[in-house]
Each structure stands twice: as C-alpha cells, then as structure tokens.
Design a protein around this ligand. Structure first.
Ligand SMILES: C[S@@+](CC[C@H](N)C(=O)[O-])C[C@H]1O[C@@H](n2cnc3c(N)ncnc32)[C@H](O)[C@@H]1O
Length: 361
C-alpha cells in the first residue's frame, strides 16, 4: 500500500510546503462552507450593532462594560453581551475582562462620524436584501424581483449618502495624484453625480474650477444640499435629468466623470455614455471611469466579481465590468493614454484622454 496516490510528489509537496493535498486520504475541511453560512450571521451581527448604535455609544464613552452599554442603549444585558462577544470574534471590538473597546477598524469605518464612515453603507451596499433570496430564480429567468430601477430615487438617495465619505476620499486622493491643485480653472461634468463627491474633489482642489452636476430629480437635491453646505454653489450648475438624454456641450470640459454608473447600465448604454463624454471633452481633456472592475479572467479579483453579481441580483441591465471590456469601450470611443489608478483599495479609476486619433493606443 502506498502512502499517497502520488508518492513522487511527497518529496516537495509535503504538508509543511503546501498543506494536506485535497483528495488525499483525508477529506478537505468544511470550514470553507461554514465560513459562508456563518457569513450570513456575521453580516446581520454588524447590521444589528450599527442599528443599535453600539459603535457610536462606545466611541463617546470613556469606559465600556456590557452593563453600562446595555443601560445606555436600553437593551437586555445578556443579549448585548452576546452581541459584543460576536463583535470581538469579528475583530470589531477588543475585550479585556469585562471592558470592551473599539478596534481601529470600527473606529474608522463603523462609527457614524468616523473619518471614512461606512456605517450607513453596510445596509445599503448589497441592494434590496430580498433580491438575494431570489438569486437562483434571477439566474434561471433573467428577471430581478425588485430591480433598483423601479424606484431609482428611493434606492439611490440613501445609497449616495452612505457612499459619499468613501467616494470623497477616493476623489481627493486621485486629485492629489493627478495634480488638480496645480491645474486652475478646470471645468468638470459629473454624470450621475449622487452627492457629487467626484465634482467636489475637483472643486476643492483646483482653484477657480467649475462644475456641471447631473443626476435624476429626487437625488440631485442631495448634491445641491452638499454643495450649499460647502459654500461652492457659485461655481456649480445643476443639470437634472437622465444622463442619456441631457444636453452636453461639445468640446467644453476638462474632466467628465462617470462615477460608479457604468456597472448598472450594461454594455450598450455604457458605451453610449462614454461616447457622450468624449464629445463633451476638450482636446486633451480626461474621462474618469470609476468602478470596481474585475480582471480579464474574472478570477483574481473576487471583489470585482462579487460587485458584478450584486448588479446581476439587483438591476435590470447591470453586471460585472472587466478591465478588458472597459478599455475596449474607451479605445472605441477614441480615448488614448489610458491608465488605471487605484486611489483607495480595490476601487479603481480609468483615466483616459481625448487625444487626436493618431495618438490613441
Ligand atoms: C452608485 S451611484 C454613484 C454616485 C456618484 N457618482 C458616486 O460615485 O458617489 C449612481 C448614481 O447614478 C445616478 N443615476 C442612475 N441612472 C441615472 C440616469 N439615467 N441619469 C442620471 N443619473 C442616474 C443615480 O441616481 C446615482 O446617484
């Protein structure tokens, strides 16, 4: 009896080198399946903690014990202690004896006023939750039960508020890399702007810059409120309506932004948007296509694949965007000097220039 189906491999492929070979004598662990099953509970643990205000309360208190927090949040001590223990197991809290404190992750991302707060995003990012329970049927029939397009303003209003801090961080960092502060009077068109984090990134960096901000009625008011709050309204024109239909002046803009919009539009409409952006740009102006792209083989970047599946589960036309696909769109529209930047982790931006045909790559 041999000790392995491939004894020759044992010389280099020992447990110490590569772990236990699967399909050897011992079956693989079930942890990979449990991880997904428990992921469901982990998600709702985080939602509950945010809904109850656990992270915000812990941030504002000097000292946190389960008893003090239960009193402050007006919930039962034992269930709360259990929730806190789960948060410790997930790495969102640290615990010493009966004292709990926030980890750097929860301080930064899960408190409402954290510097990069994602607190509101946790509920909204997956889209309408019930669509996920119907994913098999969506894949079978191609029909999404409650597509976000049914009531765009109701879905996108809370979503763009939730994503604003993250997107503003991304746009500010991109601006640093592209040197917007050294380029005065930039003229930007932000299509499907949401709360306008991308236009605001330009307005706050480039002295004398101006912006045309577009979104649908019901969402554009949120951008107006933000622009007023930041005292930028003198430099902004709001252009409500569908980005497929609004008037766009030809050869006018230094920057046109498609910020997280292509992934819901599908191939045909995305190409049409990119072509509209090209027309609107001055010679030498740049398009920014911001999204969570997947690699060409769709296997090395799980984040891009999962974001694509979120679109499949929740939208009528949306899906995964691969690097190859987007670069193809940009080239076909006539863009050159195409480069891919990653201002914050896993969130990418294609920057491409309107150049004379001879210079397109
Ligand atoms: C995922 S959000 C992105 C918002 C913003 N660009 C950002 O990056 O934070 C998509 C935005 O596109 C807007 N949108 C979707 N379809 C649109 C259309 N046909 N015309 C104009 N805006 C649209 C939505 O209302 C929403 O604000």
């Amino acid at each position: 009896m041999t000790d392995s189906p491939y004894p020759e491999l044992k010389k280099t492929h020992t447990m110490a080198h590569t772990g236990r070979p699967w399909r050897d004598r011992k079956p693989p662990p079930s942890a990979g399946v449990w991880g997904v099953i428990q992921g469901f509970g982990n998600y709702w643990t985080l939602v509950a903690a945010i809904d109850l205000g656990v992270f915000d309360a812990m941030e504002s208190n000097q000292v946190n014990t389960a008893a003090l927090l239960a009193k402050e949040l007006d919930v039962g001590l034992e269930p709360l202690r259990h929730l806190l223990d789960a948060l410790v197991s997930l790495g969102y809290c640290d615990q010493v004896n009966d004292f709990y404190e926030l980890t750097e992750t929860s301080e930064r991302y899960l408190t409402t006023n954290g510097p990069a707060s994602m607190a509101a995003l946790v509920r909204g990012a997956p889209g309408p939750h019930q669509n996920w329970t119907q994913l098999a049927s969506t894949i079978r029939t191609g029909i999404v039960r409650e597509p976000v397009e049914n009531d765009m303003a109701a879905f996108y209003g809370p979503l763009v508020e939730a994503t604003y801090p993250t997107q503003l961080r991304a746009s500010t960092r991109l601006g640093l890399r592209l040197g917007w502060t050294r380029r005065p009077n930039l003229k930007v068109l932000d299509l499907g702007a949401g709360m306008a984090p991308w236009a605001i990134g330009v307005l706050q960096s480039s002295p004398g810059s101006t912006a045309v901000i577009n979104d649908i009625p019901g969402v554009i008011e949120l951008a107006q409120k933000t622009i007023n709050r930041l005292d930028l309204s003198a430099r902004v024109e709001f252009r409500p309506g569908s980005f497929h239909e609004i008037d766009i002046e030809k050869d006018q803009y230094d920057i046109v932004v498609l910020g997280n919009v292509c992934r819901t539009e599908g191939d045909h409409l995305s190409q049409s948007l990119i072509a509209r952006a090209h027309e609107g740009l001055k010679q030498g102006g740049s398009i920014l296509v911001v999204d969570y792209f997947a690699d060409n083989t769709r296997k090395f970047n799980p984040f891009g694949v999962q974001m694509g599946l979120t679109m499949l589960a929740n939208t009528k036309r949306g899906g995964m965007l691969t690097n190859e696909q987007v670069v193809g769109w940009l080239k076909r529209a006539g863009f050159g000097a195409i480069r891919l930047m990653e201002p914050i982790g896993v969130h990418f931006v294609y920057v491409a220039d309107k150049t004379p045909r001879a210079f397109t790559n």
